[in-house]
Design a protein around this ligand. Structure first.
Ligand code: CMP
Length: 829
């Protein structure tokens, strides 16, 4: 028998892991939910521990609140957040929040009141019990729903609720605890409770989101080393939880959730495929271990003696908890349906939400964290254990069958068609490969023939199923359209990924485009055709452009603003170029897609014309950009072509090296040469390739008489400015401090008279200038000048203009002539 505590711990942990591994094998064969099996095995172990000597070390680990909260919970929450579909959660946020906040309060109140009447507990402890038992447990729920294969939206509702209501429960629990200990309760308690809740909830997300973002931002330092990145993700999961919960006293669950969501969102583009797969496997394993231990330990902490002694109160409390859950779920659902923008919850979903809201280790941790002398502590712990045990075993065993019985596990017709197509494509490809082998000559004809017949049969079967499904589709023609469009959207999405991988588009642009495909998909699911591309920039882009807008308003000439405007211009071009590439690819592949999905010609034509229209509008937009920014577009194209050629070089080196065509050292040298060229290309700023201000000045009529030296002097004084379409460069009535030259683009001059809406009085083009009148007359700006297209401007300060006028009468005359001519129509009006 090991004496050392560390040794005991190691022996016990290894023993439990062995049990978990065996249980996983056994339970899979018996087709039983893993969690339920573990709890039952844990109970058995718990009974045997005192009696069998070999099991004694197991007594060394007991389920303590710290163990649950600080060891297991961060892993489990992070894993589920990392794999959570953030967009789906955001889409279903209203029902999730309603269930997690007011829903939890309703359950707490019902359970609390009934517990007060049914048990010896007094008001405070009864309500406290209500709070800790009201929260559905993320650990239990997530584990179960993953196994059952529930529809995505249902899973996100249950998962989202269980993750968020935990924070609510913990806050309510703390408030009630304060009330019980202090023995007073009043309006002030409620007020400070609400404030507390908001701080704990939002504070947690903020802490976690920030830590997650810091990790993502510091990734560059890790040099794509997956081991370092996995380690950092572990640090983030725990640091977020500890910092939030232990030091800042905000919700640790929300913090880890926030960190996980941030990392999975940015990770999709910033992690390499290798890192993504490491992260996925690591966290899957970590969650397996944490889940196994937690449920075994929950089982082991059940004292059958106690439970049998309190069988009646436990039974009645289980009924109370079920009743409260039913009231909450069925009661809030109609209210949720009435909130604008939230999708109603069907009665089948409600039923699963009601029955599948398992209670688990978090409630238990809260119960056990009550101080020893707390009134009714033992009863609360026993009741909690009873309820947890019941929901885990009864709920765990029956939720899967319930989902199937309600017909929720059956994939939709669209999904079934897609699956049958994938099946057929896989079989056909396998058969092709078989024919290749046959032509290679040295395989036994007998074996090949046998396999050929097998595959022929399977292909016939798949075709038969597809025909059958197509017949079913004919009854609902929308399905056909849906299938074809969904495939077109898949092609569109994969084109964007390709472009990003090749460095043609940047990360924010990729994110925006992917989001637009997802929105089109949502539209499709609702039966609308996604004819136009919704443009909704992702949240970080929106935040950034708001900040740039604000800074731009305060300090229009700052370098920060200028850099961002240029970036926005580049993004616009990339965006349109990517849409063009994707639409063109869809159009070329459409015939093949239609053949595969069995879409009829009318459906194909409808889809084709939508994508062709998209192609031509996008081309028009690109032409406009090219017209106004020829050098820029040329530079972008040169860079893209260079990049593609370098990629081809790199591929050639890799394939030669792979077949041993060149010696390792030579391949290494060639590889680093190409990599260097790629890095240099990526570093080259596009602006360096634009036309110089001198070139522009030569094209401006009023500067034509200036000598080379003067021209160079003026050019040195010009400050480049980018104005995006719609942005105001000058506002009527402002004080004038500079003159603007238009290098690229078109601006509109708008005048507002006597409070009437502004009237467009002129359009000015490349080579023209504006802003001279206020400088010459010292009066306020006579008009508002707005960029009609994206513009490249050069700004010259008042002082420099004056110096210039001093040295060149030609410039003075040109400015005065323009000012007089422009003022004339305004005076006549
Ligand atoms: P300023 O008054 O400094 O600021 C607004 C500018 O708009 C003005 O200088 C001119 O450069 C320009 N502007 C005003 N009225 C007209 C007009 N009718 N046609 C062309 N440009 C104009």
């Amino acid at each position: 028998m090991p004496e050392e505590p560390v040794l005991t711990l190691v022996v016990a942990t290894v023993g439990l892991l062995l049990v978990a591994a065996m249980a996983a094998i056994g339970l899979r064969r018996l087709n039983l939910p893993f969690t339920v099996g573990l709890v039952v095995i844990g109970m058995a172990l718990g009974c045997l521990t005192g009696r069998v000597e070999a099991l004694e070390p197991l007594g060394g680990i007991t389920l303590s609140p710290e163990l649950i909260l600080f060891v297991f919970l961060p892993t489990l929450i992070f894993e589920s957040a990392y794999n959570l579909d953030g967009r789906l959660l955001a889409k279903n946020m209203t029902p999730v929040l309603v269930l997690a906040v007011p829903g939890l309060l309703i359950t707490t109140a019902i359970v609390g009141v009934l517990t007060f009447f049914l048990t010896p507990l007094s008001w405070g402890p009864a309500l406290l019990f209500g709070a800790l038992i009201a929260a559905t447990d993320p650990v239990a729920v997530v584990a179960l729903f993953k196994e059952v294969g529930a529809p995505k939206r249902l899973a996100i509702l249950v998962e989202g609720e269980s993750l968020l209501n935990d924070a609510t429960a913990i806050v309510v629990f703390r408030i009630l605890m304060g009330v019980v200990v202090a023995g007073t309760f009043g309006v002030a308690t409620i007020g400070s409770g609400i404030a507390d809740f908001v701080i704990v909830f939002a504070g947690g997300i903020l802490v976690g989101g920030t830590i997650g973002y810091l990790m993502v931002a510091s990734l560059r330092l890790a040099d794509n080393d997956p081991l370092v990145e996995v380690t950092l993700s572990t640090v983030v999961a725990y640091a977020a939880f500890l910092l939030a919960d232990h030091y800042l006293h905000v919700s640790g669950v929300m913090a880890t959730l926030g960190a996980g969501l941030v990392i999975s969102t940015y990770g999709s583009t910033r992690f390499t495929e290798e890192t993504k797969s490491y992260l996925h496997r690591f966290w899957e394993y970590a969650a397996f271990v944490a889940n196994s231990l937690i449920f075994l330990l929950v089982g082991m902490s059940v004292s059958l003696d106690l439970i049998s002694r309190y069988l009646v109160p436990i039974g009645s409390i289980i009924l109370v908890v079920l009743f409260a859950r039913a009231v909450t779920v069925y009661g809030t659902a109609p209210a949720i349906a009435r909130i604008p923008g939230s999708e109603p919850i069907s009665w089948e979903y409600r039923t699963v939400l009601f029955w599948g809201g398992l209670k688990g280790a978090v409630g238990l941790a809260l119960a056990m964290s009550l101080p020893a002398g707390f009134p009714g502590r033992d009863l609360i712990v026993t009741l909690t254990l009873g309820v947890v045990l019941f929901t885990l075993v009864a709920g765990g065993l029956s939720t899967g069958p319930l989902i199937r019985a309600l017909g929720l596990a059956r994939p939709s017709l669209v999904a079934r068609v897609a699956r049958a197509q994938a099946w057929l494509a896989a079989k056909t490809q396998a058969l092709d490969r078989l024919e290749n082998l046959a032509s290679a000559g040295h395989y036994s004809a007998h074996i090949l023939n046998q396999l050929r017949t097998e595959y022929d049969n399977q292909i016939d079967e798949a075709r038969g199923e597809l025909t059958h499904l197509h017949r079913e589709c004919e009854a609902s023609p929308n399905v056909m359209l849906h299938v074809l469009w969904a495939e077109a959207l898949t092609v569109e999405r994969s084109t964007y990924r390709d472009l990003f991988d090749r460095g043609v588009i940047s990360e924010p642009v990729l994110r925006e485009l992917e989001l637009s495909v997802d929105l089109q998909r949502d539209n499709l699911e609702r039966g609308n055709l996604p004819a136009s591309i919704p443009s909704v920039p992702p949240i970080e882009v929106r935040i950034e452009s708001t900040i740039v807008g604000m800074v731009g308003w305060l300090a229009p000439r700052s370098r920060f603003v200028e850099r961002n405007r240029r970036r926005a211009l580049a993004a616009k071009y990339e965006h349109q170029a990517a849409i063009l590439a994707a639409s063109e690819r869809v159009v070329t592949q459409l015939e093949q897609l239609a053949g595969l999905s069995g879409a009829d010609p009318a459906v194909e034509a409808q889809c084709r014309s939508a994508f062709e229209e998209r192609t031509s509008t996008t081309m028009g937009r690109l032409d406009t950009i090219a017209e106004h920014f020829p050098e820029y577009v040329q530079a972008v194209q040169t860079q893209t072509v260079r990049r593609i050629v370098l990629d081809a070089e790199a591929d050639a080196i890799e394939s030669l090296a792979a077949v041993g065509g060149i010696p390792g050292a030579v391949a290494e040298a060639a590889r680093s040469g190409v990599e260097l060229a790629q890095r240099e290309l990526a570093r080259q700023p596009l602006s360096a390739l634009e036309s110089s201000p001198e070139e522009l000045l030569r094209r401006v009529p009023m500067f034509q008489e200036l000598g080379e030296a003067d021209l160079r002097k003026v050019a040195a004084q010009l400050v480049p400015r980018t104005a995006l379409a719609g942005e105001s460069v000058i506002r009527q009535g402002e004080r004038g401090t500079s003159l603007f030259l238009i290098a690229r683009g078109v601006v509109a001059v708008l005048i507002c008279r006597n409070g009437e809406p502004p009237v467009r009085v002129a359009s000015l083009h490349a080579g023209e200038f504006f802003g001279e009148m206020a400088l010459l007359t010292d009066e306020p700006r006579s008009a508002t000048v707005t960029a009609a297209t994206d513009c490249r401007l050069f700004e010259l300060s008042k002082r420099d203009v004056e110096a210039l006028c001093h040295s060149s009468t030609g410039v003075t005359e040109a400015l005065e002539r323009a000012a007089t001519a422009r003022a004339a129509p305004a005076d006549m009006a």
